[in-house]
Structure formats: structure tokens, C-alpha cells
Design a protein around this ligand. Sequence first.
Ligand SMILES: Nc1nc2c(ncn2[C@@H]2O[C@H](COP(=O)(O)OP(=O)(O)OP(=O)(O)O)[C@@H](O)[C@H]2O)c(=O)[nH]1
Length: 264
Amino acid sequence: MKGNKEDLEAQIPRLLEQTELQQSPLYAPLNELWSAHQDLARRIDRISHISDGFQSMARQREQSLTERLNKQLRQLEKVARISDRYQNMMRDLNEALREASTHDALTGLGNRRLLVDRLKKEAERFIRYQRPFSIAMLDVDHFKNINDRYGHEVGDGALIELARVLDAEIRDSDLCGRWGGEEFLILLPETGTAEATLVMERVRSAVERLTIRVQDESVGMTVSIGIAQHSPNNSYSDTISQADHALLEAKRGGRNQLHTATAG
Ligand SMILES: Nc1nc2c(ncn2[C@@H]2O[C@H](COP(=O)(O)OP(=O)(O)OP(=O)(O)O)[C@@H](O)[C@H]2O)c(=O)[nH]1
């Protein structure tokens, strides 16, 4: 069919050019038919051109839409990554803030706020279940001398070492925190005076054995300790006061010793 069409398209113009055929009655209708055919072919050509253009435009639009979507997707992924990182940072920051608000920066032990919090809970437990607990107040003897003689930095180092020993000597269920300066508080849950005295004597003796090296010198320290058992009708701060008074007695008694508050 294709071959025939090509033949005809070559043949007809050739026939129409032959002057001797122009006399034929078929000449005029053939000429007219040929012009109409050519007109139609030109129009079909134009339409297919337009359609091609339209298709490539649609393809381009489709491509640029895909590109735009991919770009947006990449941006969203980036935002999600940043948001993940931001959330992790916030979590770490919260954790650091929580740690800073409940722990002492120098020794790493719990601070006064954490101790008070635990003391309140222990006092509530006492009211509900009558579970005994004791408090030991501990103060470094003549600590000022260490600072004055070796400097504040050595004093800081001594407090860090002391905190390590205190923490190592108590039980997991006990809580040792820095009450302030060179004063520490140890909370002993489920513990009456007799048992608290045994634990704290162990602590006192461990501190006595502790020495810190300052150049060629070995520097030692001792602690005085006041113990009080929480009792009915007392608030937790009453018990702290009793332990404080007992500590004062231990200092008065010559330091490096324990004193236990009388019940009441
Ligand atoms: N290096 C250092 N020293 C501290 C810190 N907190 C408190 N001190 C010092 O601890 C010393 C406490 O001195 P005092 O209250 O006179 O008591 P002390 O010398 O321990 O004597 P007694 O308690 O009576 O045995 C002061 O010199 C404070 O400056 C600290 O974080 N680092």
C-alpha cells in the first residue's frame, strides 16, 4: 500500500504536467482531486505537528512536576533530619539540666535539692508505713586548714576524693549528697540508730584512712558525724536539726567521731 501511494504521488503530478492530456475530460476532475488531496495532506501534517508539540509540552510539564516533587521531598527529608537532631539536642539538654538541678557540679553527688526531695518522700513513707530511717550529717574537720595550706584547688580535690569514699562505703539504698560546702548528708532508709551508727563508723574509719597526694606530701583528713533517727511527731527538718546538733556534739567532743542524737 505504501509503495502504491508513493507511486501515485509521483505519477499524478507528472500526468498533470503533460499538455496532451489536458484535453482529456478526466484532466479537470483529477487536477481538482489532486489539489484537494494536497490541501488535506498539509492540514493533517499541521495537526500532527501541533499534537507532537502538545505531547512534548505535557512531557516537560510532567518532568518538571516530578522534579519539583523530588526537590520538595528532599527538603522534607532535610527538615525531618534537622528536627530529629533538634529533638535529640533538646533531650540531652533536658537531661543535663535535670542533672545540674539535682547534682553537685564538683563531686557529682546529689545536691541539697535532691536530698530534701528524698527526705520528704522518706518522711511520707514513715507516716504511711512506719518505716524507720536515719540521717547522718557529716562535716570535714578543720577543712579550712587544707584550703589555707595547700590552696582551694587541692581543697576541691580533697572534697572529690572524700565524696568517692562516702559513696563507696554506703549501701545502694542509702543516699549521700552534698549538703553544702564541706558538709554532707547521708540518708539511710530502713535503718535505726544502732545500724546507722555501725555504717557511719565504717565511713568515718574509711575517711581516716584516705590520703591525698600533694606533691611529696600525703594529706589526710577526718570527719565528724551526727546521727539522728526519724521519730513520730517530727518533721524531716526536725530530724535534720537533731543530726546537726549531734554533729556539733561530735565536734565539741574532739572531732573525728560520731555522736548520736537522743530519741525524741
Ligand atoms: N576548696 C573548697 N573549699 C570549700 C568549699 N566549700 C567550703 N569550703 C571551705 O571549707 C571551709 C570550712 O571552714 P569552717 O567552717 O571554718 O570549718 P572547718 O575548718 O572545717 O573546721 P571545723 O568544721 O570546725 O572542724 C572554709 O574554708 C570554706 O572556704 C569548696 O567547694 N571547695
